[in-house]
Design a protein around this ligand. Structure first.
Ligand code: BG6
Length: 281
């Protein structure tokens, strides 16, 4: 079942329920903010104090970072992570493929707001498949006559039982840029989160595994050669109005991205697809 809903303040979202899973997608940002497989806990973390308000990004789920990731290189005063997560997207397709699989496609087109911040014409679609597995793909086409550079992310917030219970596999011996230390290091063994972490890993293995006690979640990526690992820990959380004091303990971001050196240049008419697939086991 696909239902169009809205909160009291008119903030619109789509609710999906099928035999395998349930999900919620906000039209602002094409933001998947809930996904849960039957008989499992929620896969995605959502802050207890997240905003569902026009013009404010939702803290949790899968924010879409486009056309730049992090700070804008030319103008750092522009909104962090680009405008896609606070723009209103249009639903292009919604289809119940079978009893356990629902397909939603949303689109973002340039408008006066996007052109003021980024003077390029583009066609961006987000394909979301909700079933026993979750698939999300961001497709960007350059519809302009000049090339442009994009730096993007599927900024996934995973919900975890407790930050002390998790380990992340698939990044052993990989180089990463540590945004806190502003230097490059090499990952030694599995990743454990015991402090603030803000890193861009280069050349991750195709499948990243998140282990949380007995639960194993696999993240498979395509069109990406960088993975961001982020946890704000205690002090940074206090500075965020949409993060509760102990929220950092039940989340970790593993972001399928084209970040830093993995930014892509698209010539006129060229397209790029960034895809992430999530499954248990
Ligand atoms: C991560 C960045 O991707 O997103 C961090 O690496 C940043 O530096 C975090 O703090 C959250 O960003 P925002 O804009 O949603 O608060």
């Amino acid at each position: 079942m696909i239902t169009h809903k809205q909160f009291d303040n008119d903030f619109k979202y789509i609710e999906i329920q099928n035999k395998q899973a349930e999900a919620k997608i906000a039209l602002q940002g094409a933001h998947l903010f809930h996904y849960k497989v039957k008989d499992k806990a929620s896969l995605l973390w959502l802050s207890d104090s997240a905003y569902f308000e026009e013009g404010k990004a939702i803290r949790g789920g899968i924010p879409i970072c486009f056309p730049w990731f992090g700070k804008n290189k030319e103008d750092p005063s522009l909104p962090q992570h680009g405008f896609a997560r606070t723009q209103l997207w249009t639903v292009v397709l919604e289809e119940e493929i079978d009893e356990g699989t629902t397909y939603i496609q949303l689109q973002l087109k340039p408008n006066t707001h996007t052109l003021t911040q980024w003077a390029y014409l583009f066609d961006v679609t987000l394909d979301i498949i909700i079933g026993h597995e979750l698939s999300i793909a961001l497709s960007v086409t350059n519809t302009d006559t000049k090339p442009f550079e994009i730096s993007t992310a599927l900024h996934t917030y995973f919900s975890v039982s407790d930050i002390d219970n998790i380990s992340i596999k698939g990044l052993e011996n990989r180089a990463y840029y540590d945004a806190l230390e502003e230097k490059t290091s090499i990952q030694d063994g599995d990743i454990l989160i015991q402090e603030e972490v803000d890193r861009v890993y280069v050349n991750p293995t195709e499948t990243i595994t998140l282990l949380d006690r007995d639960e194993k979640i696999s993240l498979q990526q395509e069109g990406s050669n960088s993975l961001v690992v982020w946890n704000p820990w205690i002090e940074k959380s206090k500075q965020m109005a949409d993060m509760t004091e102990d929220g950092y303990r039940t989340m970790v971001c593993l972001e399928t991205s084209n970040a830093r050196e993995d930014a892509r240049v698209l010539q006129a008419k060229e397209s790029h697809v960034l895809r992430a697939e999530f499954k248990y086991g």
